[in-house]
Design a binder for this molecule. Structure first.
Ligand SMILES: CC(C)(COP(=O)(O)OP(=O)(O)OC[C@H]1O[C@@H](n2cnc3c(N)ncnc32)[C@H](O)[C@@H]1OP(=O)(O)O)[C@@H](O)C(=O)NCCC(=O)NCCS
Length: 203
């Protein structure tokens, strides 16, 4: 990490319970503070593995990239884009995924995206990371495009205050067509998306 880089920390909704999960399923030894830090090139190997997961690519309706294409894309268009704002998501000190925003050259939209390794899903980490990120990504409106079937991502967006604008179809690089919801966050309202008392208190 570069000297002076900002690290922000939040405690995810400790003790949250997923539908159908017993109470003990929450007692993971990995539960702990979520934080964001600038991306180290050493993190890319982990992100590469995350985007190879077929369940994740199905969820996101986004095909995985091969190694050469992945590293070229991240080096040139993500880490190499000074107008992009990307962070590694940590749970305690473990790299669990990434979150970022960039400006789409064609539409001019400032877009939000996040991606976690599957072993970390369902613990409130993306929600906590998004709340943190929205404090350091000040551009508004901020747009998120999410596959219509991606219930987890939709839940994250709505929880932090994104509002559904409509639905569009998009053509993927493999030629397939998908339906996506378009969400927008027009402003950051303090308190929006904070866990309610029941969540805060755990089970
Ligand atoms: C989408 C993603 C970031 C969510 O991460 P996460 O840490 O699991 O998200 P959170 O735990 O903060 O919140 C997910 C919420 O969706 C809910 N959820 C997840 N899958 C669901 C499903 N199939 N149906 C209904 N709700 C679902 C969870 O229960 C949780 O809600 P709750 O807190 O009320 O219980 C993660 O699954 C991921 O990285 N997926 C692959 C990449 C991707 O889809 N990125 C987004 C592209 S727009």
């Amino acid at each position: 990490m570069s000297p002076g880089a900002t690290v922000v920390v939040a405690v995810p909704d400790a003790g949250r319970q997923l539908p159908g999960q017993p109470r003990w399923a929450l007692m993971s030894s990995l539960d702990g503070p979520v934080s964001l830090r600038p991306i180290d090139t050493g993190d890319l190997e982990i992100f590469f593995a995350h985007q190879l997961d077929p369940e994740a690519t199905r969820m996101a309706s986004f095909p995985s990239r091969g190694r050469t294409a992945f590293f070229a894309h991240w080096t040139a268009h993500i880490l190499g884009n000074p107008a992009a704002n990307n962070r590694t998501i940590l749970l305690d000190q473990r790299v669990v995924g990434h979150i970022g925003a960039w400006t789409d050259a064609t539409a001019g939209e400032r877009l939000l995206c996040y991606w976690l390794g599957r072993e970390f899903w369902g613990r409130g980490i993306a929600s906590a990371a998004t709340r943190l990120f929205l404090g350091m990504e000040v551009a508004r409106p901020l747009v998120a495009r999410v596959a219509r079937h991606n219930a987890g991502s939709i839940r994250v967006l709505e929880r932090v205050g994104f509002v559904r604008l409509g639905e569009e179809s998009f053509a993927q690089t493999d030629g397939t067509s998908h339906q996506e919801h378009v969400y927008v966050l027009r402003e950051w309202a303090s308190g929006v998306g904070e866990p309610d008392e029941a969540q805060r208190g755990g089970v």
